[in-house]
Every structure is written in structure tokens, then in C-alpha cells.
Design a protein around this ligand. Sequence first.
Ligand code: GLA
Length: 734
Amino acid sequence: MGVFVDHKEQLFYLQTPTTTYVMKLTGGRYLTHVYWGKKLFHLNKKNAFLNRMLAFSAVEEGDGETYTRDFIRGEYPTGGGTDHRFSALGVTFPDGSWDCQLEYVGFEAIAGKEKVPGLPSLYVEEEAEAETLKIFLKDPLWNLQVTLYYTVFKEYDVIVRRARVSNGGDQPVFLNRFLSASLDFEQDHFDLLSFPGAWGRERHMEKAGLRSGITCFGSNRGASSHQMNPLLILEEKGGDEDHGAAYAMNLIYSGNFLAGTEVDQLHQTRFFMGMGDDNFSWKLAAGEELDSPEVVLAFSSEGLGSLSRTFHDLYRNHLVRGKYKKEARPILVNNWEATYFDFNEEKILAIADAARDLGIELFVLDDGWFGEREDDSTSLGDWFVNTKKLPSGIQGLAEKIHQRGLKFGLWFEPEMVSKVSKLYEIHPDWCIHVKNRKRTECRNQLILDLSREEVCDYITNKISGILDSAEIDYVKWDMNRHMTEIGSCGLSSDRQKELPHRYMLGLYKIMEAITQSHPDILFESCSGGGGRFDPGLLYYMPQAWTSDDTDGIERLKIQYGSSFAYPLSAMGSHVSAVPNHQTGRVTPLKLRMDVAMSGNYGFELDLSKQSEEDLAAMKESIALAKGLRSFLPFGDFYRLLSPYQGGDTAWQVVSKDGQRIFAAYFQVLSKPNPGICRLKLKGLDASAFYLDEENGEIYSGGELMELGLVVSLYGDYQSKTWLFRRKDDYEVSD
Ligand code: GLA
């Protein structure tokens, strides 16, 4: 395992359990990419590394070879010298030139993994869990140093990459692009999977063949965004959930990002990801350095399913932290869709009473409890309780909720300020804005300027103060607009474009301080639903509100799309009322519950107004979910049927010990006179027996996987779930 350097051949090998990643020096100077894929123990240098001269490509010489960087596969290309393709780094030097040529200086291999200063990152608990290779590069003309970091985890088929730039010169330089990783494949026979969306329909998987030229994806909105997730997958043509090579990049960052592919003139594919550069420039003074976020590179030779399971395990074990890392999450009720802003203590307690009777464990008070907030036009920033609505305050309400045997949770939107607020009256310059330009509001709010230390301190102290003032067990941390008129009066004119990244550094600092000083609180991130559903935030908050769209049918695509990188333990998923508030669709309660219990289960409707029949069904489902949650969010997830191919959707979870299986089938539209529909399970032991816990039937694993279960559903929006338990003591009678 780990890092191996073949000094003679100048090859760097990174070995994971079943994969290999290889780099090589070319011309004795340039670091180039050679191989990433299924495990190899050795490469013949001449066979692995091809060289070619191209018309219209300038030729260089070095180490007895001639070559052009227009052809050779780059590892961290800068676009300088003879390289014409998409670069990972853009620099403007003190004389205005931007030709950057990074040459190899040396390497260091260390046990374990270092934290990335100020940024979320994967971690190890023991040094022996990982090895890190650092490769040092330098532009000798300006003494600009770049360190490339590669961490190899002992148990995971991933390479974690990042870069650090240090200005070793004596004058400032400006970075105008700073990606975390880039590498080149020798061919282009891939499909590219991306995860675009919008508010209410996040992470819808799109698949398309690669095309010649540069194809970019990203966010320029100041957040990773609903519109595009920082996840790309290259799937070998003809691959599927269980077959074919699949390569992914996923950025551990919650701000602007840029990712994509470039298919060059010889049909080689460049694959890259990192911070976005449209609103980015960074002044690096002499002696200063800047770290990129980490990007996780995952590979599977066995299709998309195992690729996703690698991400899930990695994130659950080496990204998510704290008390709730492996703990079952409380089943909650949130009052947002039940009351919106129109609540008082009486209404809240009525919902809490009904929740307690159902076995729900946590009551979450959403937006509208502070300042004078009766709708979304005021009070963000004024974090003091509205005693007209809640006469006994947060402390009193929390006590009353606890007396009912429920935990208590509270909504915040700490990064924002309403124009109509006390905070804005006192500090009108604390928001992101450009001097002398209008400050465009979105949802009647402006964004606080987290590049400023005093603003960050204010938020940290204010939120911590409230959390310490009452018994609060859960926090929903929301963020409901994107950046416009991006400027800071705390930054000099040559540093204005640093704001989006400085904002993220400020946000992460606040989140680190608050989450670490409140280790018993369960934090759930949210950004108008899943607008910042990324690995960056999972480092601070173990779960996220997957989408504001609570329609059971819409959730199939959203949760299925999210599962390509993110585990079920990250997905908040609630049952809401019908007609659904986002789509107007009426779906059966069973379907809504079956979809929601596949994630962190919750309810978001007025429980004090439900029929006896529905309450009884909810109670049953909650009891069932309590029995599943020790394994369901933490087990091996299998996508069985894609909502993107025909509508019907199915998924399955196998507990880590292989003893318990949950499977769910969702029929979107019924068809007249359908043929036999069977659901084939995955990941079982073919020679073991499994008990259907509902009806006592016994099936062999082989039968469940090869023949499958008969699915017979009648009507639109129907669902069926199964629970199996492995039966090792079952004997077949003669
Ligand atoms: C966002 C969230 C919702 C809710 C509202 C409150 O839209 O995604 O769940 O909290 O804000 O204003």
C-alpha cells in the first residue's frame, strides 16, 4: 500500500487496495501523469510513457529527450511554455508576465495526513491509516513554489489531492486560477456524469459523451450551489452500476468551484477540479502561501455502485466528525411547512404533543422565532427571541419541549442580514457590497461579509450565546441567497477578488468554533434545501437538508442523484403534507414515508391536524424506522433502478455485517397490463438464506439476486419496502 518511488525510472506510484496511480518526470523536469486505474505492480517506463511530435506544437529538449507539453499528459499543468491546454494554475508575475513553468524539485513521503489549514479536509485517526506524498515544484524564474499533496488511504480506493502555492520571491504575485487537481487520460471513450439542478431539484444526474474541447462545470454564486454540485464522474462507455471503470472527482469545498474536461486534438482527456476562478484572484505577497481545498479522486473498476460506496465509507469514517458520526440520528418534526411564519407557543406545543405520541424524538423550531420576523422581509441578524410569539422565550420553550420527552432544535441563518434589522442599522457596511452600487436583495436579505474578522466574531459570539442560553440539542444552519455585487470594504482594491474564498475561510472558522464548542449538538446544514450539499460542510455538520422539495416523487431523483457521492447518513428527508407545497402533487402517505425513511427520517407537517388513520400509519413507520436506523444510513447502498430511466426507482441497503437488508421499490406511474416486474437485489451472499421479516418467507441469496422479488403494485405513486434478515441456522428440508 501507499507511496512507492522508483528513483531509477523516475516514477511515482500510489497504491490503494485495488488501484494504482502513477506519475513520471519528463525531461528530468516536468511532472507528468502516466496511469490511474486498476492495480498494477510495475510499469515499463517506455511502454507507459509515449512521446509524440505534433505539427504546430513547439518542441522542448531535456534529459536527452525531445518532447512537447502540448501532447504529454500533465499532472499539474500551468499553461506555460509549450503547453496549450487548460491549466490548473494561473499566475501573474511582478513584471506582468504569466508564463509559469513548474519544474520538479523533490519529494517527501510521510505517514498519515496533514490537515489543510483553515479548510475542511479528510482526516485519519491513526497515522498508519494513510500515507502522503508531497511533490515539490518550482518556477525557477520567480521562485514560485508549488507543493502537490497526494494522500493514499490504506483501506479506500481514493487518492486525495490538493496543492499549496508559496511565493518564494521578493515581490507579490497574483493567482488567477488555483485548481486542486488535474490529470490526463490517454483516451476519451467516457461518458461524463454531472449533477446540476435548481432550487427544489438538486443533483439531478446528467450523462453525456465527451466532446472535443473544453467543457466546464461550476458555481460562480458564492456557494457550491443547487445549480451544480462539485462532483464529476467519468464513466467508461458501456459501464453501469456494476461494470466498467469509473473515475470521480469531488471537491471538499462549499464555495465557487470549477471542474471539467478537455478533450484535446489526439482525443486525450484532461480532467480537473478546484476553486472557481471567475471571481477569484489572490495576491500572494513575498513569503505568503495559499492552500487549495482537497479533491477526492475515486476509482472503481466495477462500476458506479462501488464508486459510490467508496465515497460513502470514506466520508462516514474520515470526513464526518463528532458525536453523531456513527450515531443513529433522532427522528424529528420541523414546523416549517406546518406553520411557516405563522406560529405561537400554543401551536408549537400542539405539534410537539402529537409528535411525542408518535414516537418522534426531536422538535425543530424553524424560521420566524427572532426579532420581528413575521415574514421573510425582516430581522435576520437580530438573534433575540420574539416574545410576542414565544412569551417564555427560547429557554422556556426548550424546557416545555423537553418536559414532553422531546429534544429541542432551532433554526438559524447566521450568515445573513435583513435590511430591516437592528444589525443593519448599526453596521450597514458589514454586508458584501460594492461601494456606490445598489445592494441587490434576494429574499429581502444581504450577505454578511465573512472576510472580516469582526463580523465572524460577532456571529460566533451571538450564536454561541443563544446555544448556551437554553437546552438546544440540534441546529439547522441555513443560508438563503447567493452573492451579488461582490465587494468588501475590509479589503484593499487589489484584494477584492479574494472575497469569495475569504468568505469561505471565515465561514469555516465560525463553524469550527461553534461546532467544536458545542459537541453535543447535532448540526444540520441547509441552503434553501440542498444548495450547499457538499463534502466541505459535512466536515462540520454530519447531515444536510437534502432539498426544500419534499414531494416524494421529486425526492426519488434528488436522493438517488445525491447518492452518487453522499451517504444516506448525510441526507435529511421529511414527510410533508399533500398536496405537496412545491409541486402540488398528491401522493400516498406510504410512499412519502418510504422515501423519507431512506434518509435521516423526519416530518414537516402539522401533526396536530392529521387523521387518526394517518397518525397510526406514521406511528408504525416511526417504530419501524427506529429498528432500521442503526444500519440503514450506515450500510452499503445499492442503486437498483434509476429514476432517470423510466421513472420507477429502487434502492437497497445491506448492513455492514451482511445480516440485515432493506430494499425499496417506488412505482411512479402504473401501466395497464404490465409484464412481470421483478426486483433483483445485490450484495448478498448467494449461498446464504434470508428471511423476509414481514411474511416469514425464506429465500436464498442467489434467488434474490438472480431471479429477484416479484413487485406487484397497482396505481400511481405506490411503494413497497422489504426487510430481510440473514438466516444462518436455516436448513433446507429434503
Ligand atoms: C430555507 C430552508 C427551509 C426553511 C426556510 C425558512 O428555504 O431550506 O427549510 O428553513 O428557509 O425560511
